[in-house]
Design a protein around this ligand. Structure first.
Ligand code: ADP
Ligand code: MG
Length: 243
């Protein structure tokens, strides 16, 4: 049984249908990447998984249990199991790094601060930010802030981490430190669904690549196959432009 199964999901913004039946599976410990042209629906898939955009058809299963996005409690359950990190890291500016990471577990989960702080320091270590635990966001570079945002997302112990272009807002020299943090998470066996324009990174870190266009999956497979020998004209055209 796959860890995450996305079966033929549909989604729309008002009258505009944007996902026309998206399906793929993610196994435990696997990194799967969604690639495709701007506007193809990659962000919408990630948003739909955590209940930010309504799934109007199809189904999503985590460990074989279907998430009913129409039920508020189910959306909460989905967010317990999956966490999303965006391009814009949006740390709480008035709190230091450590508090940014411990806030949700203490406030949302009601856990003891001391116990959560020990875990938060481990997460900060994982993303190479433990030396800045007492710093405030405005004292950090964009790459450092994004690494803190990833640690913050992990603080609620999600099973699946969704990363939506987390390096796209960064200056080029700051991209690698964030990619390194993601690499380390992959090495730790974190299950991830990744959207990134860093194609060489996608190729290196993913076990499967899903190529989307216009709200549909055009083809999916191992990165070498998708990048070197795409079977569709649309994927060939896309990779011809971005590689
Ligand atoms: P991608 O992440 O692949 O660039 P998106 O999922 O952001 O694609 O967008 C898919 C489609 O949905 C695009 O046509 C986009 O214009 C549209 N869209 C995205 N967000 C909204 C929104 N909040 N309201 C209306 N349309 C949206
Ligand atoms: Mg997007």
């Amino acid at each position: 049984m796959p860890h995450l199964a996305v079966n033929d999901i549909h989604a729309n913004y008002g009258a505009l249908a944007v996902l026309h039946g998206i399906g793929f599976e993610v196994d435990r410990g696997e990194v799967v990447s969604l690639v495709g042209p701007s506007g193809s629906g990659k962000s919408t898939v990630l948003r739909a998984l955590v209940g930010l955009t309504l799934v109007t058809g199809g189904s999503v299963e985590v460990d074989g249990t279907r998430i009913d996005y129409a039920a508020p409690r189910a959306v909460k359950a989905a967010r317990d199991r999956m966490a999303i990190v965006f391009q814009q890291y949006n740390l709480f500016q008035n709190m230091n790094v450590l508090r940014n990471v411990t806030l949700a577990p203490t406030k949302v989960k009601g856990r003891k601060r001391a116990e959560v702080e020990a875990e938060a320091m481990e997460l900060l270590k994982l993303v190479g930010m433990e030396h800045k635990a007492q710093a405030y966001p405005d004292e950090l570079s964009g790459g450092q802030q994004q690494r803190v945002a990833i640690a913050r997302a992990l603080a609620l112990k999600p099973e699946i981490l969704l990363l939506d272009e987390v390096t796209s807002a960064l200056d080029p020299e700051l991209v690698n430190e964030v990619l390194d943090a993601i690499r380390r998470l992959a090495g730790e066996g974190m299950t991830m669904l990744l959207v990134s324009h860093e194609m060489s990174f996608v190729r290196e870190v993913s076990s499967k690549v899903v190529f989307m266009d216009a709200g549909r999956v055009v083809e999916a497979g191992p990165p070498d196959a998708i990048f070197d020998a795409p079977s569709s004209e649309r994927a060939r055209d896309f990779f011809g432009k971005v590689l």
